[in-house]
Design a protein around this ligand. Sequence first.
Ligand SMILES: [Zn+2]
Length: 232
Amino acid sequence: MNNNNQVILAVFAHPDDDVLTCYGTLARLHREKHQVYVLVLTAGERSKTSRDDVRIAEAEAAAQLVGYSLINERLLDGKLKYNIDTVALIEKHILRLSPHVVITHYPQEHGQGHQDHVETASAVVNAARRIGNVDWILYAEPPIQSCDFSPSLFVDITEYMDLKKRAISIHRSESTKPYMWPEMAETRARWWAIQADLDDHNHNRFYEPFVIVKGLLRRNGTTTLSGGDTFI
Ligand SMILES: [Zn+2]
């Protein structure tokens, strides 16, 4: 596969999860000519703010801002389960799209994060680990900080920070939630930049963090995430 034509698949439980956790990275990868897909397992219909399909419409608009593809499965919001059906469903999409990189939720401990995020992460890793061409599996940053989230990979999204803030603003139906404040996302990304790049004395860069679940550099040495920029 050409380095400029990798397939990236992000799998999340709810329509705003991609925007909050890794939108800058997805935007950067799409801009660098990779094929980016986001699979959302539910329509987020149990949110207090939800009505009809408004959250899916917002997710579509955020995806179109960059141009990546959104897939929605409409499983029951709040009731996702790590079971054979969910694993098989995700496996079907992985086999169909043949991604090189799979991104999903960081599975926060029970009681700290959303139960759908935990179940989704388990199902995604189960499916992705068993399919040979998935070289990279990544956990994205949880939308509300987890004490034990300790990232091992940082992606510079400085050129995409404004786009990420616009995408968060598109999710108007969720705007009363504290983590949906675009300025908060910017502050977090700036804080991660300080952790990632100590030589940046201008403090004007922005990063998204990930935990590497699996990372594979193949013998031919062509495994990169973006352009000529080596992944690790
Ligand atoms: Zn969510």
